[in-house]
Design a protein around this ligand. Sequence first.
Ligand SMILES: Nc1ncnc2c1ncn2[C@@H]1O[C@H](COP(=O)(O)OP(=O)(O)OP(=O)(O)O)[C@@H](O)[C@H]1O
Length: 635
Amino acid sequence: MAAFLLRHRKVSTLGVSGILKDKLEPCRPHVALRLGALAGACNLSREYSTSYDNRANKFDFLDLTPLSISFSSHFEAMLYLLIDMAMLLAIIVCCCPHAWYPVARRKNRKIFLHVGPTNSGKTYQALKQLESSPSGVYCGPLRLLAWEVAKRLNKAKVPCDLITGQEREEVDGAKHKAVTVEMADVTSSYSCAVVDEIQMLGCTTRGFSFTRALLGISADELHLCGDPAAVPLIQEILKPTGDDVHVQYYERLSPLVPSQKSLGSFKNIQTGDCVVTFSRREIYKLKAPVLHCTLGQIERGGKHLCSVVYGSLPPETRTRQATMFNDASSEFDVLVASDAIGMGLNLNISRIIFSTMKKFDGVEMRDLTISEVKQIAGRAGRYGSDFPVGEVTCLHADDLPLLHSSLKSPSPILECAGLFPTFDLIFMYSRLHPKKGLYRIMLSLGTKILANSRKGHPSVTFNALSKEHFLENAKLSENYFIADCEEMLKVAVVVDVLPISLHDKYLFIISPVDMRDEISSQGLTQFAQNYAQKGIVRLKEIFTPGTLQVPKTESALKELESIHKVLDLYVWLSFRLEDSFPDRELAASQKAICGLLIEEFLERFGWQKQPRRRKLPSRVNSGFLLSKETRQCVK
Ligand SMILES: Nc1ncnc2c1ncn2[C@@H]1O[C@H](COP(=O)(O)OP(=O)(O)OP(=O)(O)O)[C@@H](O)[C@H]1O
């Protein structure tokens, strides 16, 4: 059957039917994508054909280059429908995610699992292989890590492109790429690929991108770096692929010593300390003299200046803050950070101090997990840093037992990996249920439910649609779980009412919008509405004129960060939806200015000692959706 389907796919690219062309024109890109999935289905029977068109075979939902495919007859259109159904059935019944990636399945990959504690040189070894290979890709969980690797390879005279959701820096003659894992290309072939922090395949929100990279990257050698807790699951998932899997265990390169004494008071802070807190508010209550004002307390003694690293800081700002802290000659000798420091970053930290061992996870306050504790603590005493021995402690003595027991225990074994329906599945499902919008398709695809998330939106429960939950009905292997896509469902609600193609809607749902952030979600809505009306969106249509200056309060800062997110989104969407978005460069430069204004805030706010000033670009021309408070900062 596979050979039959493939043969017909080739035939179908040859003719053009005038009658069907108009009707099916909007479906073209989707057909192109579906064809790739078809190859995946064919792959279920492990039959491959070398005769079919190479380009048509390149498939993935992130590869959006349209193919020129048309239908030569009604017969062909019917055939495609049948293929859709057969495909869907094959995928439902077999539910073999490894079969979704035909290019990778054609290789007998050598997989090297580099596993061990933090700071054990796993990534270092994998990168050495990448550097010496004729072509390759590094996939990291953070833009900063991709950026570091691109810089490192280019410095070593190995030309390397940098591709993340927000930027695409191409280097002449590059055969290497450093990308964020969401951008990993599963249609090209490489000699060597590295996926960093592979244990993140268990993450409820981003795990599916790691699973996709694990199963889908086509490389002779695939190096996976991460926690040993992921080994059994990866071995299990890779069994049906026939890949050779080798596991290499590592030991920590420098000692990490858990302290028997808590810090007790911020008076005891020393140079090289990193205080970890989990609330941004706690980081920024700089001036108010209350007990939990971390920075205020640290700087009040007049001995230290703090750099700050947390998740919603623009990545460039985070990098600069980290660089200031790493630079022994700078005045910034203490770091105050959220768990954003936990992944892969090499910082010059001597001691990690947990100000608390609890964090709010979006639902409730809970104790840190063993993996979180290890990951964060592991940043102290990095090999090659100024501090050959790392130390870790807590602010409060009550927290020490949890710290000690977490560091002693192995991380719990990962049991399943994230999975999310690719665009081709959604497209095929929509062909079979043409009246359903993306929101309902996603619900039907068995993804997590968003009930009552928007005012006026009907509350839909998971069970109400259970008959149609095909992935739920699909005997999903126990090695996988469907990703938490609450955010995506919120976006689906916004875009479903707009007259845009399913594919564009899909792009909106996978965009990096933060729907919990009001400004960011308004930015997406305005962008989507304008795009639906005119196809091209100018920046000024989502930004009202105004001039923004350095924020003076925490809430004004938060708005500036949100504006940064909208600019990020503009660049991301304009890269993907259309090549002719006129203001992409402007958006990128305003993003950079936002970052600088935020840094200026960080420097000015609550310093005992004024650090040296940097010259700022005068003003940002974007008074978008600002509150009264922020408007006061706008001249
Ligand atoms: N053989 C080596 N020679 C020189 N430096 C090394 C060597 N191995 C590791 N390092 C350095 O040690 C530090 C930690 O290494 P690496 O980042 O590879 O560890 P890791 O195990 O991947 O850590 P994590 O899991 O925390 O990301 C890095 O600064 C790296 O450059």
